[in-house]
Design a protein around this ligand. Structure first.
Ligand code: ADP
Length: 269
């Protein structure tokens, strides 16, 4: 609680009393704290790849590395870390755009089968590298209303996580079904299932938080930014949907996205 007081006077300068303004500022303080934590996290996340780029570049410039193989390995690290920085900055900008609502959603009808064919093409090579089979079961004539770019981002993030956190030779499956909810509203349910490493029960409630990772080391190897799922959560919220997760360690994980078939027009403010 913040209390501000000012004395009040009559025209002839006689004292009349005090005027107090009492405000509950806990929400404002909470937002300030979240913002400064975010800035601290971002700085930390940016510093790690920059330190790697700088360190390996310095070593190469110092001329101490003679053999070709080692210098190529160092250059590869510099390249990979720059790529990570690129993704990180892209994700941070995306999150800030979504949160500031600077770019409103652009709803249009989407034909789901060709929509998921494109996503499969985007992710095929990373799945093939790990010998992972990707199965997409999308009914032929299914349409829904959504912001196409945002919807694509939701599923690229979920399916690429499924590929990243599944061992070689595993399976990733997407299924889509239509459902009428209890209040009679038509919904589309998407399930992204994998046969991967799973997520421990204690971590499940936190995985949609920014920069939360179950295993930092593994996430680094997979090149993750720690922001993918928080972007998914935001985008699903903007589509008036929900995203839930079920998982069992060493068996696999299923993310379920539940979205309305049609988007209501936003009321004019
Ligand atoms: P990252 O960039 O680290 O993948 P995300 O926000 O996308 O960040 O995911 C947060 C964390 O949740 C990941 O670091 C990982 O530990 C866990 N995770 C996400 N998807 C899966 C999955 N399909 N299987 C196992 N763990 C997952």
């Amino acid at each position: 609680i913040q209390i501000d007081g000012v004395p009040m006077f009559e025209d002839d300068d006689t004292y009349r009393g005090m005027l107090f303004l009492i405000q509950d500022i806990s929400n404002i303080r909470r937002l300030e704290r979240m913002r400064s934590e975010f800035v601290a996290n971002v700085s930390h996340e940016l510093k790690t790849p920059i330190a790697a780029v700088k360190g390996f570049a310095e070593t190469l410039l110092g001329g101490g590395v003679q053999d070709e193989q080692t210098s190529r390995a160092f250059l590869q690290i510099i390249y990979d870390e720059s790529e990570r920085l690129n993704r990180l900055i892209g994700d941070i900008l995306e999150l800030s755009k979504i949160e500031s609502k600077r770019s409103p959603l652009n709803f249009s009808p989407i034909h789901l089968q060709p929509f998921f064919d494109t996503i499969r093409e985007m992710l095929n090579s990373s799945a093939a590298k790990k010998n992972i089979t990707m199965e997409m079961n999308v009914p032929e004539e299914m349409f829904m209303e959504a912001d196409e770019d945002r919807l694509r981002q939701i599923f690229v993030n979920l399916i690429s996580n499924a590929v990243n956190y599944t061992q070689d030779g595993g399976k990733v499956r997407l299924t889509v079904e239509e459902k009428v909810s209890e209040n009679g509203e038509e919904r589309i349910l998407f399930h992204v299932r994998d046969t991967g490493m799973g997520i421990p029960k204690k971590d499940l409630p936190r995985i949609f938080e920014r920069f939360y990772r179950v295993d930092k080391a593994r996430s680094r190897i997979s090149g993750g930014t720690g922001l993918g799922l928080s972007i998914v959560k935001h985008l699903v919220d903007l589509h008036h949907g929900t995203v839930t997760v079920e998982s069992e360690v060493n068996i696999g994980t299923t993310f379920t996205v539940n979205l309305p078939l049609l988007q209501e027009d936003e009321p004019d403010i």
